[in-house]
Design a protein around this ligand. Structure first.
Ligand code: MG
Length: 395
C-alpha cells in the first residue's frame, strides 16, 4: 500500500489520478488533496477518499469547503492559500506527491515535497522547466525520485529500464501535431479560441491544449527531457506522429531503437509513475495494433510552429531563460484564451520577452532569481501585448 498526496486534484491530471486510486484501493491510500478553486468537486473528492489534509488555493472558498464537508467525522485538516498547498505537499507519511497543478504555481509545493523526502510524480512540466537548476540539486540532496508522468517522458523512462548507463544516444519525442496539424499556415491568422481547444487525440486541460496547438508543449517537453534524462539538446528530436500510439522512442549507441506504445490515455503514465518499478494489473483496454492501424511519421514544420525553436534556444541558453520562456508562454496563452491577443501573437510575444532577458540571463540561478525571472517575464509579456494591441488598432 502506497501513501500518496495529490496536488491539483480537480484538474484533468487530478481526476485521472483519483480514478487510478479508486480502482486500486489495495495499492494506494490518499493522504492529502489540494485544488485551486473548484470547491464542489473538491468537497466530493474529500467525501469519497477521506484524506488527512486538504487545501484550497483560493482562500475565499475555504468557508464554502468547510460547510460542504461539515458532517464528516473525523474532519480533515483544512487549509487555504499558497501556503496551505505547500503544507499539504510536505505533510505526513505520503511517499509520493503527484503534481498536477498547472504552470509555475507548482514550483514551491514541489520543492516543499522534495525537502520533506517525498518522491515526485511529475505531471507539472512547468515546475522542472522553470525550476530545473534548483529542483535537480535538491532531488539529489534529499535522495528522492523524480518520476515522469508526462506521456512522452514516461515512454522514454519505460524504454530506459534495463538500459546500461552510457548506452542512450538519442531521444525522439513524438508529437500529435495539435489542433492545427492539417490547417494551412495562412489560416492560422484567424484561429479562434474554440479551434485551439479541439485536440485531435488527447483530452487535457485548456492551457496544455493550446500549448499543443502551438507545439510549445513539445518545445517545453524537449527542455523537460533534457533535465530529466541529462541528454544534450542536439540529441533530442521531435517527430510528428498523428496517431499518438507511439509515445516516444530512444535510440541506443548501436542504433537500436526502443519505443513504448499504447492508446492515448494519461492514466497509464500516471499509474507507472506511482507503481514504478512494479507493474500493476489493470482492466484497461489493451492496445490492438490492427485496430490502431497505420502509424505514420513526418518532420515537424518549423516555420509554421516557431515555438519549438524558441524552446530549443531557451533550453540551450539555460540558466533562468527556460523560466522566462515558460512564464511568457503561460501569460501569452492566458491572453489568447481571454481573446486579448491572436493565436500568431503567442510566439511573437514569447520571442520578444526572451530577447529582452538575454543580457540578464542568470547562468546559475537561485530560487529567488527564478521566481523574479518568472514575475518579470509575465509583466513583460503583458506590456508587450498592450503594444501589440495598439499597433493593431492603428492598423
Ligand atoms: Mg506530453
Amino acid at each position: 500500500m502506497k501513501a500518496i498526496t495529490l496536488l491539483g486534484s480537480t484538474g484533468s491530471i487530478g481526476t485521472q489520478t483519483l480514478d487510478i486510486v479508486q480502482s486500486h484501493p489495495d495499492q494506494f491510500r490518499l493522504v492529502g488533496l489540494a485544488a485551486g478553486r473548484n470547491v464542489k468537486l473538491l468537497a466530493q473528492q474529500v467525501r469519497q477518499f477521506r484524506p488527512d489534509i486538504v487545501a484550497i488555493c483560493q482562500a475565499d472558498y475555504l468557508p464554502e469547503l468547510k460547510a460542504a464537508i461539515a458532517d464528516l467525522e473525523p474532519q480533515p485538516i483544512l487549509l487555504a492559500g499558497d501556503e496551505g498547498v505547500v503544507e499539504v505537499a510536505r505533510y505526513g507519511d505520503a511517499e509520493a506527491v503527484v503534481t498536477g497543478i498547472v504552470g509555475c504555481a507548482g514550483l514551491l509545493p514541489t520543492l516543499a515535497a522534495i525537502e520533506a523526502g517525498k518522491d515526485i510524480a511529475l505531471a507539472n512540466k512547468e515546475t522542472l522547466i522553470a525550476g530545473g537548476p534548483v529542483v535537480l540539486p535538491l532531488i539529489k540532496k534529499h535522495g528522492v525520485r523524480l518520476l515522469p508522468a508526462d506521456s512522452e517522458h514516461s515512454a522514454i523512462f519505460q524504454c530506459l529500464q534495463g538500459v546500461p548507463e552510457g548506452s542512450l544516444r538519442r531521444i525522439v519525442l513524438t508529437a500529435s501535431g495539435g489542433a492545427f496539424r492539417d490547417w494551412p499556415t495562412e489560416k492560422l491568422a484567424d484561429v479562434k479560441v474554440a479551434d485551439a481547444l479541439k485536440h485531435p487525440n488527447w483530452s487535457m486541460g485548456r492551457k496544455i491544449t493550446v500549448d499543443s496547438a502551438t507545439l510549445m508543449n513539445k518545445g517545453l517537453e524537449v527542455i523537460e527531457a533534457h533535465y530529466l534524462f541529462g541528454v544534450d539538446y542536439n540529441r533530442i528530436d521531435i517527430v510528428i506522429h498523428p496517431q499518438s500510439i507511439i509515445h516516444s522512442l530512444i535510440e541506443l549507441q548501436d542504433t537500436s531503437m526502443l519505443a513504448q506504445l499504447g492508446w492515448p490515455d494519461m492514466r497509464l503514465p500516471l499509474l507507472y509513475a506511482l507503481s514504478w518499478p512494479e507493474r500493476i494489473c489493470t482492466d484497461w483496454e489493451p492496445l490492438d495494433l490492427v485496430k490502431a492501424g497505420d502509424l505514420t511519421f513526418r518532420a515537424p514544420d518549423r516555420q509554421k510552429y516557431p515555438c519549438m525553436d524558441l524552446a530549443y534556444a531557451a533550453g540551450r541558453a539555460g540558466g533562468s531563460m527556460p523560466a522566462v520562456l515558460n512564464a511568457a508562454n503561460e501569460q501569452a496563452v492566458a491572453l489568447f484564451l481571454d481573446e486579448k491577443i491572436r493565436f500568431l501573437d503567442i510566439p511573437h510575444l514569447i520571442e520578444q520577452v526572451c530577447d529582452r532577458h538575454h543580457a540578464n540571463n542568470h547562468s546559475d540561478p537561485a530560487l529567488a532569481d527564478i521566481l523574479e525571472a518568472d514575475r518579470w517575464a509575465r509583466s513583460e509579456a503583458q506590456s508587450c501585448s498592450q503594444s501589440l494591441a495598439q499597433t493593431a488598432s492603428i492598423r
